[in-house]
Design a protein around this ligand. Structure first.
Ligand code: PMP
Length: 304
């Protein structure tokens, strides 16, 4: 990733990709207290547009607030920075990664007084769980690792260190031949994937875990909105793993994963064992929105 052409926005300036470096004693590198976003831009009939940029930028600032990290840039500056990075790298569609991290002035748990640095990078990134996964669905395994507890970490924040838990879960699932892991909360209820929220469909209704232990996903919110528009009832509640086994359909949502059907959980086919009809409908609605083909939701798009 470090050796390529392009420009990265780094503390207010566009710097060549290869020069966007930091010191080895960067606080965040040692302790994981950084906050970040995953954002996507798509080609639309009116030009390249970033999807729900306002919401992603707002979540980044909220994550920083939770960790008492004072981002030394305004909302508008980071909003514009993300547009600039897509434009200056001449990317028609891409993934964006804004990250705020604690600098290297002092090492030790107390980070007070250290600089808060901000970068925004962008690069082309295809289907996170594979193009075939989007169509046929993926195989998922319940993880032996538990998702965060609200009093261990604060899950309204999207924080770098939290992803050790995601990586452990994903590595375990991948080593056993599955595409992705599904994590349970500390009480054993379904929480989310390693980097995705989860939905199930049962008798025409859509269910998703409440956001007590999972990230309050922006794609999750998008899908809930679209489902309601489709006349589908949406219920946020505790879900057990056997409710997923016996669901008619299941899918993951995320900026990277988009809307990815789950065809199997713990070696049990879900429903027809491939993408179900409601998943397909919502997936189509989602892609229409991000690609600027849904006049109802143009307000979710920011042209660069
Ligand atoms: N849960 C986790 C743990 C994630 O990393 C992500 C990706 N950001 C999501 C859910 C989905 O969130 P969003 O739809 O906002 O990308």
């Amino acid at each position: 990733m470090s050796d390529r052409d392009g420009l990265i926005w780094y503390d207010g300036k566009l710097v060549p990709w290869r020069d966007a470096t930091t010191h080895v004693l960067t606080h965040t590198l040692h302790y994981g207290m950084g906050v970040f976003e995953g954002v996507r831009a798509y080609e639309t009939p009116k030009g390249t547009a970033i999807f729900r940029l306002h919401d992603h930028t707002e979540r980044l600032f909220n994550s920083a607030k939770i960790f008492q990290m004072n981002i030394p840039f305004s909302f508008e500056e980071l909003f514009e920075a993300q547009k600039t990075v897509v434009r200056e790298n001449k990317l028609a569609s891409c993934y964006l990664r804004p990250l705020a991290f604690v600098g290297s002035e002092k090492l030790g748990i107390a980070a007070t007084g250290n600089t808060i640095n901000v970068i925004v990078a962008a690069w082309p990134w295809g289907a996170y769980l594979g193009t075939e996964g989007l169509e046929k669905g993926i195989r998922v395994k319940v993880s032996s690792f538990t998702r965060h507890h609200v009093n261990v970490s604060m899950v309204r924040a999207k924080a770098s260190g939290y992803y050790v838990n995601s990586i452990l879960a994903h590595q375990e699932a991948a080593a056993d031949g599955y595409d992705e892991a599904m994590l349970l909360d500390t009480e054993g209820y379904v929480s989310e994937g390693a980097g995705e929220n989860l939905f199930i469909v049962k008798k025409g209704k859509l269910y998703t875990p409440d956001v007590s232990s999972c990230l309050d996903g922006i794609t999750r919110n998008t899908v809930i909105t679209l489902a309601k528009e489709e006349g589908i009832e949406v219920i946020e509640k505790r879900i057990t793993r056997d409710e997923v086994y016996t669901a008619d359909e299941a899918f993951f949502t995320g900026t990277a994963a988009e809307v990815t059907p789950i065809r199997e959980l713990d070696n049990r086919p879900i429903g027809i064992g491939s993408r179900g009809p409601i998943t397909e409908r919502l997936q189509k609605r989602y892609f229409d929105c991000v690609k600027g083909l849904d006049p109802l939701h143009e307000d979710w798009l920011t042209l660069i």
